[in-house]
Design a protein around this ligand. Structure first.
Ligand SMILES: NC(=O)c1ccc[n+]([C@@H]2O[C@H](COP(=O)([O-])OP(=O)(O)OC[C@H]3O[C@@H](n4cnc5c(N)ncnc54)[C@H](O)[C@@H]3O)[C@@H](O)[C@H]2O)c1
Ligand SMILES: O=C(O)C(=O)C[C@]1(C(=O)O)C=C[C@@H](O)C=C1
Length: 292
């Protein structure tokens, strides 16, 4: 028996279509897959890829499932939830995969019917690519999915979403919204902010120097350009929704960078090597934990 009779994915982009691909491979996930999107081209692509049983632009049709996972950009989650919630059957689960919690949960709790559980989960997995063609079924394998249900959520619904993510290949942990956002500000949002700023700084160089920089870019700069290639709407929404945690993390980064600048100014080799040694230890630890 499948975990869900009907699973609905709203927004079959990188994350949504990766879930669909996994559900097509593993029929323990759902008997029937419904997909909705406000972009008809993406729906057409989902049909061509045969990733859904029902494809629709109508969110009320997509609401008729025992689990609805909203996979749209952060800024659109609340509106989509508003459209689907009144049409979901009693006992169903609403979820989303947003990269930041911010005020999303509070807003959704205000409109959540008594007989629907809300169990959002943020897969700590992705790429710089977007859209239905970017997804792949192994995206979540051995990656964390951080579940962030509001307090007092039905434990049975939480358990179902733990099972869902396990069937997708992911490990789960439950976190409070604020902690989730502080962690993600450090491990995901700040790195993207830096990558966008580094590439934009290169772009701001004057003509000849800019051309030379891009011609001779080696792997250090290239590693930053990969994440700088990410979707502007997705990251605009994340930065705005996680304002406080990102600004706090950025302040701490700037203070630390100023210490490094001072050490360079003064030729203080000990401080420089000490900082690099600490960052190398982080890299080693992640390799040991098989996270890279
Ligand atoms: N990209 C990542 O690495 C990553 C990782 C984890 C979580 N997330 C989160 O997952 C969500 C989706 O990200 P993605 O990278 O899959 O995005 P994506 O751009 O690849 O896909 C988003 C999909 O949502 C659709 N959409 C947008 N607004 C809509 C609306 N109002 N109604 C219906 N459909 C709508 C788009 O047409 C598109 O098909 C975001 O909230 C993001 O923060 C992304
Ligand atoms: O690997 C990448 O390209 C990603 O940007 C993935 C990444 C991340 O920062 O690690 C991006 C956003 C998420 O919410 C989760 C994962």
């Amino acid at each position: 028996m499948a975990l869900f009779n009907t699973l609905s994915i709203i927004g079959p982009g990188l994350i949504g279509s990766s879930i669909l691909r996994k559900a097509r491979e593993n029929n323990a996930i759902a008997n029937k897959l419904i997909v909705a999107d406000n972009n008809p081209n993406n729906l057409k692509r989902i049909e061509e890829l045969n990733l859904a049983d029902v494809v629709t632009e109508d969110l009320t049709e997509a609401a008729k499932a025992d689990c609805v996972i909203i996979c749209v950009p952060v800024g659109a989650v609340e509106n989509v939830a508003q459209a689907v919630l009144p049409h979901m059957p009693a006992g169903a689960i609403l979820s989303d995969v947003a990269s930041v919690r911010g005020k999303i949960s509070l807003k959704i709790q205000q409109i959540l019917p008594q007989n629907i559980s809300y169990v959002p989960g943020h897969p700590m997995a992705g790429t710089e690519h977007s859209g239905p063609d970017a997804g792949f079924s192994k995206l979540f394998e051995n990656r964390w999915c951080l579940l962030v249900p509001p307090p007092h959520t039905d434990p049975h619904a939480i358990h179902k979403m733990e099972e869902f993510w396990a069937l997708c290949g992911a490990k789960t942990n439950i976190l409070a919204d604020e902690k989730h956002d502080r962690i993600c500000a450090m491990v995901s949002h700040l790195p993207h902010l830096l990558a966008f700023t580094i590439c934009d700084s290169a772009d701001n160089l004057s003509g000849e120097l800019k051309t030379a920089v891009l011609d001779y870019a080696a792997s250090g700069f290239m590693d930053f350009t990969r994440i700088a290639g990410s979707d502007p709407i997705m990251w605009r929404d994340i930065f705005i929704e996680n304002k406080d945690a990102i600004l706090d993390t950025l302040d701490r980064f700037i203070l630390n960078a100023e210490t490094m600048a001072q050490a360079i100014r003064e030729g203080d080799g000990a401080t420089i090597t000490n900082k690099i040694e600490h960052s190398r230890q982080i890299r080693r630890k992640l390799i040991e934990n098989k996270q890279v």
